[in-house]
Design a protein around this ligand. Sequence first.
Ligand SMILES: N[C@@H](CCC(=O)N[C@@H](CS)C(=O)NCC(=O)O)C(=O)O
Length: 321
Amino acid sequence: MNAAIDDATRGPAGDDLVLHHYGSSPFAEKARLMLGLKGLSWHSVTVPMVMPKPDVVALTGGYRRTPFLQIGADVYCDTALIVEVLERRRPSPSLFPAAIAGQARALAQWADTELFWTALPYAMQPAGATALFAGAPPEMLQVFVADRKAMSEGMPQVRGIDAGAALAQYLDWLSSMLADGRPWLLGGEVSIADLSVYHPLWFLTKTGPLAEVLTPHQALRAWMGRVGAIGHGERAGKLDGAGAIALARASTPRPAAVDAGLGFEAGEPVTVTPYDYARDAVAGTLAGLTTRTVTLARDDERAGRVHVHFPRIRYTLKKAG
Ligand SMILES: N[C@@H](CCC(=O)N[C@@H](CS)C(=O)NCC(=O)O)C(=O)O
């Protein structure tokens, strides 16, 4: 067993789930809850909150956002894709119950974009930032702010006061969904919408006095208790970045295929870039393409051949050069 794998009992095998994340990341909390809902066991790699992230980049080719999921030499970026991978691995309980699947996807996308990018500037106002970084070395907050400023260059800069005004309305909207006493946002069944709406609100709970914005919303807070109680599944062990890279190197990526009629050929050099922020292009050769996902093959000096997978929504796919 590789020495870098610090799980004394069992390091991950090529088919095991390895989540790369950090504790305070809202999107990582969404992913941990997905694993929890499905009762899955997973290995944990803690990644840095800010750049540089050399071990992350060795696996992803430059995608720096958190979290991502590794299965051997396959790397799945974005929680919108991770949920599909987990759904395939353990279909039941589903995060997309048939009767509400479309609504659940649409509400989840709103929460992962608009709600998240409203909660964040609200939370990062001085009182919130002080609470979020309490106990951290004083320079950490400055490093974090500089990193996120560079990462979100080109995005609209929402002021705290405007974010607060929007957030108050969004919390009203969400509360009204629960007003008939239903346990979950879309009715009697939990769905991806619950997890996506939860993670920005979970982040707000860590903002000291600013968390009071949630106080009037009793039904929403009770719902948050139900979502939080889903838990994180079973953490089978911990790995460090070097151990995760060694696992990729020892594994073979799963076969992928390029569907006809989508404008691209297997094997051609391409880049994939998020639309909105952290717009670092990942370069590779096209290994897989469907209307829903895109897969790049990359040869990394440390990780060997890896397949890096992205959702097709909110990512630009371009022929290289
Ligand atoms: N659409 C992505 C968004 C992920 C995201 O924005 N994550 C934040 C952390 S919650 C991030 O990457 N921050 C920068 C970083 O961790 O380096 C997803 O669903 O996974």
